[in-house]
Design a protein around this ligand. Sequence first.
Ligand code: UDP
Ligand code: MG
Length: 332
Amino acid sequence: MLQDLQDWRVEGALNPWRKPGRVGLSVVIPCYNEAPVIDALMARLMPVCEAASPGDYEIVLVNDGSSDATWALITAHAARSAHVVGVDLARNHGHQLALTCGLQVCRGERVLVIDADLQDPPELLPEMMRLADEGADVVYGQRVVREGETMFKKATAAAFYRVLERLIDIDIPRDAGDFRLMTRPVVDTLNAMPERFRFVRGMVGWVGFRQVALPYKRDARFAGETHYPLRKMLALAFDAVTSFSVKPLRIASLFGALAGLAGFVMLGWVLSVWLTSGTVHGWTSMIAVVLILGSVQLLVLGVFGEYIGRMYIETKGRPMFVVRQVFRGDQA
Ligand code: UDP
Ligand code: MG
């Protein structure tokens, strides 16, 4: 039942893991150490899929290098149901790349992306399908209430979406995560985008098409705890900004202009002191100015470095992720 990756190379060099053909609906779920929730997730998700697209759906569970029993649970589900596809990444690649992998493997005309932890209710699927029937290409869940999350998480998330809005020119919906239903043309466009630093919800906004919001209440995690500590949230924020905006590069000119202005003001002040008292004392202020200018220069260099580092990594052209194996229940 374990599938030799070589089998799928015949289908296309770009995507060796996708089985040929299409299904009506795919659900893509990145899973990282989600053993406590997998069973509950499947119990809630399967009936919803069966109702939305009877017999014609697949659930793609991407194991993002979990160190717990997640993969064993995924294969158990895949062995029981032909609708379940398990994809095992070679190591932990992070949420956005696990999601990207799922999008490349799935075969659905419509694709639902959802977190494993049941924070996003699968029961919204019929409503999303209805909006897609009415012509939407992307139906994204917009969180109006977030339960079971700390004040800190809510505040940082709110600040993040608002700062991002000011920095970038494309429409990235506020307070929307990756919980969304997309049509095949949108998924194909995403799959054709080669960048390694992926901020998927931003890329979906970039693609365009007809995007419709579906407000919902985000529940607390069913079990386990968040895998987005501050460090990962900051990394995601950096990826988001650098992938979609070059405005930070321009802060160098802004700082330069400000420092120049301050310099002239100070010169005026020094001259007036010199004219009235004849002497100027200024070691302390000079050191202060040198330090401030030095730190601004280093800061700007750091911003440049952030972009150059990303360019360097992108030019290496390594694969975005490595798949260890694909497990399909229907391959017995
Ligand atoms: N996730 C992943 N790889 C990671 C971290 C998270 O695949 O390195 C998955 C995780 O299993 C979940 C989703 O991404 O399905 C969102 O993660 P989480 O619930 O921890 O984030 P939060 O909802 O707290 O922002
Ligand atoms: Mg979560």
